[in-house]
Ligand binder design. Structure first.
Ligand code: NDP
Length: 480
């Protein structure tokens, strides 16, 4: 059993009311630890620690903050195997993915923002002819709240925490109750790196109580949230009357648009990955595949063949391509969409069944599933499923596919496969999405803005956008 504690004021502590929640392993369905079911009092204790640390941390030199963040990054890299194993066990993702992507990217987040803060310049404007100069201070907000989901646990947790502390704030953070493990381990690393106590405080618990207490706290002045669209809307309603700064990274239903003139082999290989990486549980996964009619039948058979070859297995097996879904309720929700697709006259081209992995019969495994849909308006093509299910359908013209791509409530990312430059520019301009990838998927440059439009969120993370979110701009105008 691995019991988890809150990390408050640089120390691991039990929840005040001694309430606990089971933590289970998606690969075998077994409970393997407990996490605090933190109350409002725990959040208050974390807030007091953060508030107490703020005056000193906000005055800590940029060199020193940068040094500590980079040290956290180095320690994460040095502990790659341990963190990857913990992430894989907690989340069900293949160990190979945790090792190659999740943990290295979490380490990069700390390194990147450790460097970025030293380059974060303020503006100045001389008011010519008026003998005045304006300059803009970028001041940390104070105590901020960071709330993250279960799909990329440490990666998204660090994506928020790193810019928040780099810019001089102190943090009360809550990882998803379903995947608390790597956030728990992070506390140790922060202490070892010399992060002063109280700068980062991690409270574990349920979204509806612990998370809600963070959002409701009148003196936690900004909330950076990644999660579902409904939760995001709820948080916005709670936070708005208190005029909190809000960054909301929410759901997606991303189009993957394939034109006949693309580099076919590259497209095929990437489309398998973009559809099923992390069991399809990435907000950026391409979940709606639109294929130009002239190559549709060829693509359909090649794609299905490749998807059938993916190995569903225990996450700790290095050869596993598709691990376990994160939880039993999530598996149930995802599988409901297979029935919905059938009711809507979709054709299951492959997959659609629960998988029993020998020795781990109670794990939450599902075959990667490809559904040919009769129309883009069916529910499986409109609603976020967040699992290993992808739809495919043909299109004839650029205008037609653009209309279908944009005809969903979400607008997170879009992928485009073409070698036609003019079409690339036309479509990039018109796709309703915060991120457009052309001839690639999920390639990241941490300097770029990240976020969605429509029901996929409000605000941008990444690069200086994140540092702007976590600071208040104050203009000073001096007449001389
Ligand atoms: P949820 O919205 O259920 O939860 C996200 C986080 O919010 C969790 O820590 C959760 O706690 C917490 N939470 C839940 N209710 C509240 C509340 N009332 N007040 C404060 N916090 C609360 O999302 P999931 O964890 O299920 O994550 C999947 C979703 O995240 C998908 O929709 C996906 O698209 C989206 N996502 C978006 C990304 C983006 O960048 N746009 C990236 C990754 C995922 P608890 O776990 O205890 O319920």
């Amino acid at each position: 059993m691995t019991n988890i504690q809150n990390y408050i004021n640089g120390q691991y502590v039990n929840p005040i009311q001694d309430n606990w929640i089971d933590n289970s392993c998606p690969a075998n369905g077994e409970v393997y630890g407990q996490i605090p079911n933190s109350s409002k009092e725990d959040v208050e204790t974390a807030y007091i620690a953060a508030k107490t640390a703020f005056p000193s941390w906000s005055q800590t030199t940029l060199d020193e903050r940068s040094r500590i963040l980079i040290k956290i990054s180095e320690l994460l890299e040095a502990n790659l195997q341990r963190f990857a194993e913990a992430e894989s066990k907690d989340n069900g993702k293949p160990i190979s993915l945790a090792k190659a992507v999740d943990i290295p990217r979490a380490a990069s987040n700390f390194r990147f923002f450790g460097n970025a803060i030293t380059q974060f310049a303020s503006e100045s404007h001389e008011s010519i002819g008026q003998n005045a100069i304006n300059f803009t201070l970028r001041q940390p907000i104070g105590v901020v709240g960071c709330i993250s989901p279960w799909n990329l646990p440490l990666y998204l947790f660090s994506w928020k925490i790193a810019p928040a502390i780099a810019s001089g704030n102190c943090v009360v953070a809550k990882p998803s109750e379903v995947t608390p493990m790597t956030a728990f381990l992070l506390g140790e690393i922060c202490n070892e790196a010399g992060l002063p106590k109280g700068v980062l405080n991690i409270v574990h618990g349920l979204g509806s109580s612990t998370g809600q207490a963070i959002v409701e706290h009148p003196d936690i002045k900004a909330i950076s949230f990644t999660g579902g669209t409904e939760t995001g809307a709820h948080i916005a309603r709670v936070a708005a009357p208190m005029f909190k700064k809000l960054s909301l990274e929410l759901g997606g239903k991303n189009p993957n648009i394939i034109f006949a003139d693309c580099d076919y082999d590259d497209m095929l290989e990437t489309t398998v990955r973009s559809s099923f990486a992390n069991q399809g549980q990435i907000c950026l996964c391409g979940s709606r595949t639109f294929v130009e009619a002239s190559i549709y039948e060829t693509f359909k058979s090649d794609f299905v063949e490749k998807v059938k070859a993916l190995k569903v297995g225990h996450p700790s097996d290095e050869h596993t391509n598709i691990g376990a879904l994160v939880s039993k309720p999530h598996l149930k929700k995802v599988m409901q969409y297979i029935d919905i697709a059938k009711e809507e006259n979709g054709t299951i081209l492959c997959g659609g069944n629960k998988v029993t992995v020998e020795g781990y019969e109670n794990g939450y495994y599902l075959e990667p599933t490809v559904i040919e849909v009769p129309t883009d308006e069916c529910r499986v093509n409109q609603e976020e499923i967040f699992g290993p299910i992808v739809t495919i359908m043909p299109f004839n013209t650029e205008d037609e596919v653009l209309e279908m791509a944009n005809k969903v409530k979400y607008g997170l990312s879009a992928t485009l496969w073409t070698n036609n430059l003019k079409r690339t520019m036309r479509m990039s301009n018109q796709l309703q999405a915060g991120i457009v990838w052309v001839n690639t998927w999920m390639m990241r440059d941490l300097r770029t803005p990240f976020g969605g439009v429509k029901a996929s969120g409000v605000g941008r993370e990444g690069g200086f956008e994140a540092l702007r979110f976590f600071t208040e701009a104050k203009n000073v105008c001096i007449k001389y």
